[in-house]
Write a protein that binds this ligand. Structure first.
Ligand SMILES: [Zn+2]
Length: 291
């Protein structure tokens, strides 16, 4: 990455496209640009020109790639952000050489991506794989998607905070710095805070982290039984705390995987490109398309 420009995300669809055109022209002042890649957190149609739905953006069934291309006069590629991150980790990061790989981005929720023979697998309608909403607990925690018991309700930054809250309610006598903090300010109990407290040895936070590790292992076993990947890359904000949960997650995963003693196991790694992965991946895709 040789340069970056950043703007706040506007509310309306048109203002969003204005903002993209703005940063492109800002970067073009100092660099020769041949193509632009967009990585979007949302459903991208199979034509890869249209954003069907993006929960946190204004686009609803809009031909974003063509409209932006017309605006800036450059070819534009469009990709789901987890797919773009998987491409980046495959070409430049943790998954080099692994042609069947799964990326699991654990942050507020779970974003998933799958490469088969080195190519992004999008399913028939462009929306695969929706790993975060695999139901792991029938009748479990309510999810924003409308279902109950989705994987990301048990394995995400948000889940860390929920689990810590449940543990604090169940074991109020435990001396925990989180108990004191959440008593004075319930909003202070975030996934990031729980991870930091776990690092400091807080017992409640450690138990919440162990719970996340168990659910990560559960989900990984499901995913590996379906896809049989060569490598699983754990990305997203929560992956920064991997030393606190990855070994335990691996043990759960191995204990649940079908025929684990009789098959090669997928390697489990943390991402190397961090927050830059989506950007690097969309640049890779834009370059490929422009060739
Ligand atoms: Zn869900």
């Amino acid at each position: 990455m040789i340069d970056t420009a950043r703007v706040a995300t506007p509310q309306s669809a048109i203002a969003l496209e204005d903002a993209i055109a703005g940063v492109v022209s800002e970067l073009r002042r100092d660099h020769e640009v041949d193509a632009v890649g967009l990585a979007v957190a949302g459903f991208v149609a199979t034509d890869r020109r249209t954003v069907m739905y993006a929960p946190h953006l204004a686009w609803r069934g809009e031909p974003v790639a063509d409209r932006v291309a017309q605006r800036i006069g450059l070819p534009v590629t469009l990709e789901h952000d987890a797919n773009a991150s998987a491409v980046a980790e495959h070409v430049h990061g943790a998954a080099r050489g692994a042609d069947v790989m799964v990326l699991i981005a654990i942050g507020t929720g779970i974003g998933g991506a799958l490469l088969l023979d080195g190519e992004v697998f999008r399913g028939a309608q462009g929306v695969a794989p929706e790993l975060g909403h695999l139901r792991v607990v029938p009748g479990g925690r309510q999810c924003a998607c409308g279902k109950q018991g989705c994987w990301e309700r048990y394995c995400s930054g948000t889940a860390l905070a929920t689990t810590a809250r449940e543990l604090l309610a169940r074991y109020p006598a435990r001396s925990s710095v989180l108990a004191r903090e959440s008593k004075s300010d319930p909003e202070a109990l975030t996934g990031r805070r729980v991870a930091a407290a776990a690092r400091d040895g807080d017992l409640i936070a450690r138990r919440a982290m162990a719970d996340l590790a168990r659910w990560l292992g559960e989900g990984l076993a499901l995913v590996a039984d379906v896809y049989d990947p060569e490598m699983v890359v754990i990305a997203g904000g929560v992956s920064e705390s991997a030393p606190l949960f990855l070994d335990e997650a691996r043990e759960h995963y191995v204990s649940l995987l079908t025929g684990a003693g009789h098959r090669p196991l997928a390697r489990l790694r943390t991402a190397q490109l961090g927050d830059d992965a989506g950007i690097v991946g969309s640049a890779v895709l834009a370059r490929e398309a422009a060739r």
